[in-house]
Design a protein around this ligand. Structure first.
Ligand SMILES: NC(=O)c1ccc[n+]([C@@H]2O[C@H](COP(=O)([O-])OP(=O)(O)OC[C@H]3O[C@@H](n4cnc5c(N)ncnc54)[C@H](OP(=O)(O)O)[C@@H]3O)[C@@H](O)[C@H]2O)c1
Length: 398
């Protein structure tokens, strides 16, 4: 039987019902948004899932990465320029050495230039007779000083050379140390692991464009899975959360993922700059230098579970050189959800934490970060247009 045509009264009732439905949906959305905005910590289920994920990676990283050769074979990178921060120790040291041995031009961006020169001398001696001398140089960079970051970027940009890969590797995890602020007034983990690398990445955009297709590789950590960022309290001084070095470290690493996601989304495809975060795994490096002696001893007693620095450098090397990485980043850019590429210990793409997918917080982290590092909110767009962008740091000659 054919349905009877709807009368205008029925139509009006239906339209008002639809309207009510839309209003209800909107209210629900606003409520969810408010709830998200008011979030003051990770939910306990998120926190538990985060820890399970971390424990899983710690126990099984060797199995997960069993398909990878060590050292990781690298494709020829002869004409490429790499900046590696924190390359005097651990993962960064291995990354710099292997890139140079594969023919890359490596700039060690370090706070202790003498230690870097000593390393270069040793590497050149070991390399003698195996090819041309390694192409490595040293530039001073102290991430605990935003003035130093600006001076570094200005000096590099002034060379008018391309930059193909920036590896933001330097990091601290000051286990057991009390709450400390940098001379710029920011919590030390937040400054070294997030704010300073963010400033460096943005200020180097002109050189990265000259080197396009180029990459920013952020050496992150699976610990960001238990991190939480309160953009109103990046220094963790409000007392809302009890400070510990874990709170500082995990929050700074999550902030780095969120910032990377928005940066990746804001860089237009034509700029040709890929942004990628990596997890190196649990690696025996100096990162454990602040652990109590007994815990350090235990750490060294479990070599089966922990990676050597050479093994730990594979995800950085992969993200910095594999030809598929830019394609993958490009594919993510087309997604509505702004989450940057995240490469796991096994050099495969993985998802950052649930909280890293919180778009509102990611945009707030972006805005707050630009404010704290003294850049205007349209800094990236202006640098891409070739304009000069002023930063409130960098004037000091210290
Ligand atoms: N090891 C792990 O299990 C692990 C796990 C996940 C993520 N990560 C991440 O991997 C990265 C490398 O760490 P790592 O394990 O190789 O540790 P590491 O051996 O302690 O090396 C850290 C490097 O960062 C440099 N650095 C520290 N503070 C700096 C500052 N203010 N300015 C400039 N450079 C600074 C250090 O310089 P100095 O040599 O002068 O001290 C060192 O070269 C870090 O981002 C870390 O968070 C490590």
């Amino acid at each position: 039987m054919a349905a009877a045509p709807a009368s205008s009264k029925d139509k009006a009732v239906k339209e008002s019902d639809d309207e009510k439905k839309v209003q209800k949906e909107k209210k629900k959305k606003d409520k969810n948004q408010n709830l998200k905005m008011k979030k003051e910590a990770l939910g306990w289920m998120e926190w538990l899932r985060g820890w399970l994920y971390i424990i899983y990676e710690m126990l099984f990283q060797r199995i997960m990465a069993s398909h990878l050769a060590n050292p990781m074979p690298l494709l020829p990178i002869n004409d490429l320029i790499f900046i590696v921060t924190g390359s005097t120790s651990g993962i960064g040291r291995e990354t710099a050495r292997q890139l140079a041995e594969a023919g890359g031009h490596v700039i060690m961006a370090v706070r202790n230039p003498k230690a870097a020169h000593d390393l270069i001398k040793k590497w050149q001696e070991n390399w003698a007779g195996r090819g041309l001398p390694l192409n490595i140089e040293v530039m001073e960079l102290d991430l605990l000083s935003l003035d130093s970051v600006v001076r570094f970027a200005e000096a590099y940009n002034a060379r008018m050379e391309p930059l193909h890969v920036l590896i933001n590797n330097a990091g601290i995890f000051s286990i057991g140390e009390p709450h400390k602020l940098s001379k710029d007034g920011y919590e030390q983990h937040m400054q070294v692991n997030h704010l300073a690398p963010a400033l460096l990445s943005i200020l180097l955009v002109p050189s990265l464009i000259r080197g396009s297709p180029s990459r920013i590789v952020n050496v992150n950590s699976i610990i960001h899975y238990v991190g939480f960022v309160d953009t109103e309290d990046l220094n963790a001084t409000s007392g809302k959360r009890k400070y510990s070095s874990l709170v500082g470290y995990s929050g700074s690493k999550l902030a780095e993922v969120m910032f990377s996601s928005v940066l990746h989304k804001r860089l237009p495809a034509e700029a040709g700059i890929s942004v990628v975060c990596v997890s190196p795994g649990v690696v025996q490096t100096n990162v454990a230098r602040d652990l109590p002696k007994i815990v350090q001893a235990a750490y060294h007693l479990i070599p089966y579970f922990t990676f050597s620095a050479e093994e730990g450098s594979r995800s950085s090397l992969f993200a910095a050189t594999d030809p598929q990485v830019p394609e993958y980043c490009e594919m993510l850019k087309a997604d509505d959800w702004p989450v940057s590429a995240f490469i796991s210990v096994d050099c495969r793409p993985t998802n950052p934490s649930e909280e890293a997918h919180n778009v509102e917080t990611a945009y707030r982290v972006w805005e707050k970060t630009l404010e704290l590092i003294g850049l205007p909110s349209d800094a990236v767009e202006r640098l891409i247009e070739g304009e000069e962008v002023g930063c409130k740091y960098g004037a000091s000659d210290e």
